[in-house]
Design a protein around this ligand. Structure first.
Ligand code: CP
Length: 308
């Protein structure tokens, strides 16, 4: 069971809590593998997904996770809601609380929005990605795939390459992986590398090869075209040539290394198509882990009421 009411970031979770989520996520994944898609854990609970940004994987996997555990689910997309009439986030939260929601899953372009909502509502709040801040459930699902592949996170070397500056996935993975004892190396064009990430525990490298040398996991991150305001790199073609991960770069990783990407992928930019579709790729398993880890999060948060 988690101690805090909300999951807004991995910076706020202890190593023990992360480990517990991964253990329950692994159990959920086993049940899903056996075809179990109807569990009673959230019977009588109401879950709302509230998305102010586009999503395929995160929104639909939270919805499936809640439905697989017998919750009632409502999906709100800000673009077609009363947000368009000027309703504030706090007022939207109060409205959802008044409807007796038990859990609100929120994605928002502003870093800190889930924490603001969490302070406002009685419902549990789960951050499904806030601006350039954190995407905790993505990092948890990434860690579940790593743990299942290698048996443990401790001692792994994880290389993260791509648009680290705009990436909430990079930050949540860095916080979670370091807490569980992994080494994290990073490489990006200087314009896409945030200052101070080394002080958060990352080893910032001078080349793709240095970052990937001896890695167990090579993770490409999407170039976030929607958050670029021009001039950060010359073109997608040049990005792929000088900064992307290809078979030559993968020769520096361990023979047993896996390739990961949170998606959506710009094919042939962050990773070559042959790596995305190849034997080392765990991208589809990450999506599978996503449903399981979100089931674990919903279960562990809503258990709090039963334990009181
Ligand atoms: N990885 C991820 O957050 O994907 P979506 O934007 O499709 O949810």
């Amino acid at each position: 069971m988690l101690k805090q009411k909300d999951v807004t970031g991995l910076l706020d979770l202890s190593a023990e809590e992360i480990d517990e989520i991964l253990t329950v996520g692994a159990e959920m994944k086993q049940l899903l593998r056996k075809g179990v898609k109807s569990l009673p854990d959230l019977k009588g609970k109401a879950v709302t997904t509230l998305f102010y940004e586009n999503s395929t994987r995160t929104r639909s996997s939270f919805e499936l996770a809640a439905k697989f555990m017998s919750a009632n689910v409502v999906n709100i997309v800000a673009a077609s809601s009363s947000v368009q009439k000027g309703e504030t986030l706090v007022d939207t939260g109060k409205t959802l609380d008044a409807m007796r929601n038990d859990v609100i899953v929120i994605r928002h372009p502003m870093g800190g929005a889930p924490k603001l909502l969490a302070k406002t509502v009685k419902a549990h709040v789960i951050n499904a990605g806030d601006g350039m801040n954190e995407h905790p459930s993505q990092a948890l699902l990434d860690m579940l795939t790593m743990r299942e592949t290698f048996g443990q996170i401790k001692g792994l070397k994880v290389a993260i390459l791509g648009d680290i500056r705009h990436s909430r996935v990079a930050k949540s993975n860095l916080f979670g992986l370091r807490k569980l004892g992994a080494e994290v190396t990073m490489y990006a064009p200087k314009t896409l590398m945030p200052t101070g990430i080394d002080k958060m525990g990352a080893k910032v490298c001078k080349s793709r090869e240095e970052a990937v040398e001896g890695a167990d996991v090579v993770m490409g991150l999407r170039i976030q075209l929607e958050r670029q305001h021009g001039g950060l790199f010359p073109s997608l073609g040049e990005y792929a040539k000088f900064y992307g991960v290809n078979e030559e770069v993968m020769k520096y990783a361990k023979k047993t290394a896996i390739v990961m990407h949170p998606g959506p992928v710009n094919r042939g930019v962050e990773l070559t198509c042959s790596l995305i579709d190849g034997d080392k790729s765990k991208i589809e398993d990450q999506v599978f882990s996503g449903v399981a880890v979100r089931m674990a999060l919903l279960k562990l948060l809503t258990m709090q009421e039963a334990e009181r």
